[in-house]
Design a protein around this ligand. Structure first.
Ligand SMILES: Cc1cc2nc3c(=O)[nH]c(=O)nc-3n(C[C@H](O)[C@H](O)[C@H](O)COP(=O)(O)OP(=O)(O)OC[C@H]3O[C@@H](n4cnc5c(N)ncnc54)[C@H](O)[C@@H]3O)c2cc1C
Length: 614
């Protein structure tokens, strides 16, 4: 009997199981109840939905709001905007579907108590930019979580979901999920008719700029551990655009956002010599991407591109000129509040480094790459589109259902739809839930069954790292080094190093090529073999182990996608050194992958991009 021999197995039956209680998961839980009054709706979350996910700390702005009630923007405008920003490649059907419903989501947030700032002159919501509205958002997540809690039959906090379960009689149909309680160590078996994955994006798959004592300081939340991708990938769901990792220009070391500074404070950037530099790179960029550089607004990746090139040319650091704006006491207050409301870490970093933006222009940096599906990027699962809007080729079932029956997704989980942000993710959760309820109702008696063999086998695999540690711990040779196991932190650092050096991370200036990617895949394969020998000292480390498994699988996917797309579609996010130009003739398409877990092989294919909106 191992260390946790007294472990209980807890069975939970659900009609709809929502994995991850972040923005998308709360939206899915709330809406499942609306359409499925008598259904059993269960939400399972590895933290506590009260303060979990990327929005945990609160936000200062809701970044996706059309303002249709005031004729400010129409859903079509948002699709054009996202398409332009992603260099032409978005699922317009999915994006339109979110945009047409997102305003109603925001109105609900206000009804539930979220304070939204209003323009005193017009009475409309206060805009920060064309799509953003300003909120007093410290309690954004608790407010949204309350709605989900009231809607759910049960919420299970502190359960890390590690695997999905498949139906024992029907191939390619989901039947539930398994995981463990990170506090008690109990094993959980969820049996469900439909599953909605809303498990967030992925940080820490590429080596972060802040390492050692600062390694928790990343832009995307450190607890965003790629489960949203790994869970569907493990069961053969197709993924799309996994190469479209995102790199952010942010204030150095604290990742404070720059948008409000540009928009409100009218600050600007300059190189180490105090020169404007962006315009210098215009011709160079035009050579790489053609007319995309002339679009308005300039795509996010291309704005990074000039920054990266200027740094490579040895003219850094790039600074935000704040000294002028901060002479105005009102702007100074706005500048500080912007961080105190959502990125307190940046204010703390400035204080610790003697930076007062009134007297010193703070440095900017480009971040390490992240994988996600809701920001200015669109990695994630390939999903069926809305019945009334999606081209036939994008419809194989229910809205937001992946290529696995009964498996739905929303938020960072779903690919092809950039710029949904917090409000769009919640909205997509609602859309997925409505479809999932219909799916469950349509199932009738043909309900999925889990296989006892499958979940008992998984139980052994899930808890094995505790056993590895228990057996090997007396052989430690020095400090934490053991000949018998590796610790999750060691595996994580190895993963980050491989991705950084071979797949286009910071130390390679975001550049890679087919030779590097091939070698990267070999090294990822070796890490995968070694994952059988991870030792977990306690339940916390067991959670770290499974987060690492998920990050590793997502990383493999990113690497295969990057290898498959033989062009540089998004300079500033990454570069294929062997295919430096954008190639619309051959690559104006989506990339799709499917992982066959039995064979351990990845299949890649192209899918057409349909431009539905002119
Ligand atoms: C720094 C930062 C700033 C941002 N600023 C803004 C902004 O100003 N305005 C805006 O509108 N949006 C903003 N966003 C974007 C917004 O936060 C995301 O778009 C949104 O949170 C995505 O929703 P999601 O549900 O997909 O993921 P999340 O909200 O991250 O939720 C994922 C949930 O899944 C849980 N989970 C993960 N893995 C597992 C597992 N294996 N088992 C069980 N549970 C699991 C997580 O704990 C989490 O609760 C920002 C994001 C970041 C990181």
């Amino acid at each position: 009997m191992g260390l946790f021999g007294g472990r209980k197995t807890v069975f939970v039956d659900a009609d709809i199981l929502v994995i991850g209680g972040g923005m998308a998961g709360c939206g899915a839980t709330y809406e499942s109840r609306y359409w499925g009054r008598d259904l059993k709706i269960v939400c399972v979350e590895k933290a506590n939905i009260e303060r979990s996910g990327a929005v945990a700390q609160g936000l200062y702005a809701i970044n996706c709001y059309m303002g249709m009630q005031w004729g400010e923007n129409q859903p079509e405008d948002h699709v054009r905007y996202a398409r332009n920003d992603l260099m032409g490649l978005v699922r317009e059907d999915l994006g339109y579907d979110i945009a047409r419903h997102v305003d109603s989501t925001v109105h609900k947030f206000e009804e539930w108590g979220l304070p939204i700032m209003r323009d005193p002159k017009t009475g409309r919501y206060q805009r920060e930019g064309k799509w953003q509205i300003m909120i007093h958002g410290e309690s954004y997540k608790p407010i949204v979580a309350e709605a989900a809690r009231k809607a759910a039959t049960e919420v299970y906090n502190r359960i890390m979901v590690t695997h999905l379960l498949m139906d024992k009689s029907k191939v390619n149909r989901v039947a539930g999920a398994v995981g463990f309680n990170v506090r008690t160590g109990d094993f959980y078996v969820f049996r469900a008719k439909a599953v909605i994955v809303g498990a967030g994006g992925a940080s820490h798959i590429f080596k972060p700029r802040a390492v050692g004592e600062g390694m928790g300081r990343t832009w995307y939340a450190p607890w965003s551990s790629a489960s949203a991708y790994a869970l569907p990938i493990q069961v053969g769901a197709k993924m799309t655009q996994m190469e479209n990792r995102i790199v952010l220009t942010r204030f150095k070391d604290g990742y404070g956002p720059v948008g409000a500074y540009f928009l409100h404070l009218k600050t600007y950037t300059q190189n180490g010599y105090g020169e404007e530099y962006e315009s210098k790179w215009y011709n160079h960029t035009k050579e790489l991407v053609g007319d995309y550089i002339d679009r308005h607004p300039v795509p996010t990746c291309l704005r990074n591109h000039a920054f990266i090139e200027e740094m490579k040319a040895g003219r850094g650091p790039i600074r935000m000129v704040t000294k002028e704006a901060f002479q105005d006491p009102h702007k100074e207050t706005v500048g500080w509040e912007n961080f105190l409301g959502m990125t307190i870490g940046q204010a703390v970093v400035w204080a610790s480094q003697n930076i007062d933006p009134k007297h010193t222009n703070p440095e900017l940096t480009t971040s390490e790459p992240y994988v996600m599906g809701s920001h200015a990027t669109c990695s994630g699962a390939w999903a069926s589109g809305p019945e009334d809007y999606a081209p036939a080729e994008y419809q194989w079932g229910y809205n937001r259902m992946m290529t696995v029956d009964g498996l739905f997704g929303a938020g960072d989980t779903i690919g092809g739809t950039a710029h949904k942000f917090s409000s769009g993710s919640f909205t997509e959760g609602r859309i997925a839930a409505k479809a999932a309820v219909k799916y469950v109702n349509d199932l009738g008696k043909a309900q999925p069954q889990v296989s006892e063999q499958e979940y008992r086998d998984l139980e052994k695999v899930i808890f094995q790292p505790l056993e590895n540690y228990r057996v090997g711990r007396n052989e430690i040779v020095a400090g934490t080094v053991s000949p018998s196991y590796l610790l999750p932190i060691h595996g994580l650092q190895r993963l980050e190093k491989i991705m950084d050096e071979y797949v286009g991370g910071i130390s390679a200036n975001y550049v890679t090529n087919s030779m590097l990617l091939d070698r990267g895949l070999e090294l990822l394969g070796m890490l995968k073999e070694d994952m059988n020998h991870v030792g977990a000292e306690d339940l916390h480390q067991l959670q770290r182990t499974w987060e690492l498994h998920h990050r590793l699988l997502a990383s493999e996917s990113v690497t295969h996608h990057t290898l498959f797309r033989k062009e540089t579609r998004w300079p500033g996010y990454y570069y294929r050194g062997d295919h430096m130009k954008l190639d619309d003739q051959n690559w104006h398409c989506f990339t799709l992958s499917r992982y066959d877990r039995n064979a351990g092989k990845w299949e890649m294919e192209k899918a057409p991009v349909y431009h539905i909106i002119d």
